[in-house]
Write a protein of this length. Structure first.
Ligand SMILES: NC(=O)c1ccc[n+]([C@@H]2O[C@H](COP(=O)([O-])OP(=O)(O)OC[C@H]3O[C@@H](n4cnc5c(N)ncnc54)[C@H](O)[C@@H]3O)[C@@H](O)[C@H]2O)c1
Ligand SMILES: O=C(O)C(=O)C[C@@H](O)[C@H](O)[C@H](O)COP(=O)(O)O
Ligand SMILES: [Zn+2]
Length: 360
């Protein structure tokens, strides 16, 4: 099976990629030496499709599997759901020999990972990402957490999984809108870190949209390799890792202002990347034709690019809750043309809002 390692010393772990490898999850967990009792956290949508297969594989490898279901949706990535997970773990009597397996998209992965980071001060966890977005981004790198009404992912921990198993066949059942969200995060890597990847998406757009498994495996593997390299360099976002937040400053504000539901994360990121591209152009870091190229690719992929209507005050308030705010300024991720980035400081938010077409 194709494997890539995230190298973080004693916290290193493998990412396994395949086309039909879901049934190897039990053997992979065994090989990692995990305890025999597992809480498999999923939601009813994913659970009805894949929980039986994962459970069978785990049981064949000798594990005892306890199913823990949480409601489906970004609006449930909160403290109420987290507490319900703790309650179940306590009721099941899970001790430090147990581990958590997250089966689902980024919502399940983020909240299950945070539960694992905090339950009994930390038990191991495994990621089995089932959305394209989770396969290229959220399952890798150890950002776990929940939302707060005032801002996205305001509560969380850096906590790495023990292994990530990626099977592209599960993407066949993914609704179109969710699939496109994953493409948005892949485009993100291309814009700021890999011009070749950006051009690959431009030239293979039709194949990707048709979910061709070879094209998908290519972009998933490349995205994971890029993310792994960034995380290895800066696990806790003291510098370089902020690049992975490209498009998220405005994107998270859009998610917060619309109450975590109207826009999916990838859609909000697509909108945020267009605003970041406009601000980069206005700041002299990229050309107009490069901004147009970014807008054209996202539009062709069926992603939204226009900001929802809120006032400058509302955007300003939401933007100040960004985790990249430090001492009265916001560390902002710009694109330098296509394929490179620049991290700069914005102290006057109105300059960003003006570039986005929001007037005070
Ligand atoms: N930790 C990180 O580094 C990181 C990175 C990016 C995004 N995120 C977070 O991830 C979340 C978004 O994740 P997402 O886009 O995966 O959304 P999601 O987890 O809400 O999943 C999207 C929808 O698809 C369904 N689904 C999942 N897999 C399926 C499958 N194979 N077939 C059919 N339906 C399936 C889910 O039930 C859900 O309804 C956001 O909360 C975002 O903040 C975290
Ligand atoms: O892994 C990272 O680092 C990222 O920034 C990846 C993002 O795609 C992801 O949405 C992340 O959760 C955002 O991080 P946050 O710290 O701004 O909440
Ligand atoms: Zn993201």
């Amino acid at each position: 099976m194709d494997r890539l390692d995230v190298g973080l010393g004693e916290r290193s772990y493998p990412l396994y990629f395949g086309n039909g490898n879901l049934g190897t999850i039990g053997a992979c967990c065994k090989e990692r030496g995990l305890g025999m009792n597992v809480a498999m956290i999923t939601n009813p949508t994913v659970g009805s499709l894949y929980a039986d297969g994962v459970r069978d594989s785990m049981q064949q490898a000798g594990f005892t599997v306890n199913l823990v279901e949480i409601p489906d949706g970004e609006e449930y990535k909160n403290s109420v759901t987290l507490n319900a997970i703790y309650d179940r773990c306590v009721a099941l009597g899970l001790d430090r020999g147990a581990f958590i397996l997250a089966l689902g998209g980024g919502v399940v992965g983020d909240i299950a990972g945070f539960a694992a980071a905090t339950y009994l001060r930390g038990i191991p966890f495994v990621q089995v990402p089932t959305t394209l977005l989770a396969q290229v981004d959220s399952s890798v790198g150890g950002k776990t957490g929940i939302n707060h009404p005032q801002g996205k992912n305001l509560i969380g921990a850096f906590y790495q999984p023990r292994l990530v198993l990626i099977d592209v066949t599960v993407l066949a059942t993914l609704p179109e809108r969710e699939f496109l969200c994953g493409l948005a995060e892949i485009v993100k890597y291309g814009i700021v870190l890999d011009r070749e990847l950006f051009e690959y998406i431009e030239s293979h757009g039709d194949k990707l949209l048709a979910r061709n498994s070879d094209s998908l495996l290519h972009v998933i593997r490349r995205s994971c390799a890029i993310k792994a390299a960034v995380v290895e360099n800066d696990e806790r976002e003291t510098g370089l890792r902020a690049v992975l937040n490209y498009g998220h400053t405005v994107g998270h504000a859009v998610e917060t202002l619309t109450g975590y539901g109207r826009y999916k994360h990838g859609e909000a990121v697509a909108i945020g990347m267009v605003q970041a591209a406009r601000f980069s152009e206005r700041s002299g870091l990229s050309r107009h034709d490069e901004t147009e190229r970014i807008v054209a690719l996202l539009t062709r992929l069926g992603l939204p690019v226009d900001l929802p209507q809120f006032g400058a005050d509302e955007y300003t308030e939401a933007l100040w809750h960004d985790k990249k705010v430090r001492e009265g300024g916001l560390n902002f991720v710009y694109n330098r043309g296509i394929g490179e980035f620049h991290i700069g400081r914005v102290t006057d938010i109105s300059t960003l809002l003006t570039a986005c077409g929001i007037e005070a």
